[in-house]
Design a protein around this ligand. Sequence first.
Ligand code: APR
Ligand code: PHB
Length: 395
Amino acid sequence: MPAPRHIPVVIIGAGPSGLLLGQLLYKAGIDNIILERKSADYVLSRIRAGVLEQVTMDLLHEAGAAEHMDRDGLPHHGIELLFEGKRHRIDLHGLTGGKSVMVYGQTEVTRDLMRVRAAEGLTTVYEAANVQPLEFDSEQPTVRYEHDGQVHEIRCDFIAGCDGFHGVCRASIPEDRIRHFEKVYPFGWLGLMSDTPPVSDELIYVNSPRGFALCSQRSHTRSRYYLQVPLTDKVEAWSDDAFWEELKRRLDPEARARLVTGPSIEKSIAPLRSYVAEPMRFGRMFLAGDAAHIVPPTGAKGLNLAASDVGFLSRAFIDYYKNKSAHGIDHYSEQCLHRVWKAERFSWWMTSLMHNFPEEGAFHTKVQEAELDYVVNSRAASTSLAENYVGLPMR
Ligand code: APR
Ligand code: PHB
């Protein structure tokens, strides 16, 4: 085995959390390495959400990775809610004193971060096998991994666990040091991507008697649609035609007439889950993004929460190295969780508001109808939706 090297921060996982953290630290002069289990192509093949809050856009600017987002991202000032056959606009911009969101795919964010990392000559080890965070309760943690048939070890000051929901970092914590909070929903989302113009300029969140649907987009020529489906459905059983027919049934007549269909370029089913691990710091190892929490995609918060965790973590490390202060790292977990739980609440609420829960019975459906009516007709209620959708500030 080669002699262990020392690198201040070892980041495990090259999803958006790990890549953004690596770049923010590099900009602040803090050396880091990223260890990723999969190949870069595999990481880029995962299609996920596409709505960025201002906080996320600001961090991408700070990371020097915002050029393509500024050029190709689509600013959105409102969203629509469709229920009982009618669409209602939520004026995000007007209700929040001028805030908006940016429609720009997570795949593109990841590609942009990979590009700037490569351009700076920073190291990412792809296809790193059997990555193990070790001795993170000591002053000098170690990360061991295998690559090209050799075992490697890196000594570091800190380990950043950016390795997603199924990663090794959270799994390395003894059960008596961690609490799990979880809610699993009784349905999934079937997503379809197509090179067709979006049905509408703004996103449409649909509550229909046949279940939830979402009309989203990636550009003026690429659409992303979703359908609520039972967890027992298999993606192979959904032909493109069946998808489009079911989507049409859930839309209002105008949208149905405008919908342009075409062959799918991606189709997949994802389960919906709410999950939080507490705390997010274990000695010198810190969890960030999906490694620490999952939200159902209804509020478009997953990527944004990952970004704000990383924003807090990069500041904490900068504080440590530049100001010799442990204040940031000592408050990291508390700071993140405060924001995480707000987003968990909002995502759970949007999910409860917009989906069919047949097992909950007719009372639930009636309450949902009353709440939807309240949300679009009360300025206070629409403001609450809008301020959460555009994203709460980072404290
Ligand atoms: N060793 C090294 N890398 C690992 C390991 C491991 N043992 N386990 C997982 N990884 C890698 C995964 O292959 C993946 O590339 O960690 C990365 C985690 O990336 P994401 O799952 O995208 O998580 P994160 O970067 O936190 O991004 C959160 O993703 O799921 C969405 O809604 C979520 O948009 C949010 C974003
Ligand atoms: C998406 O475009 O993939 C998307 C948008 C908004 C959501 C979820 C997913 O709430």
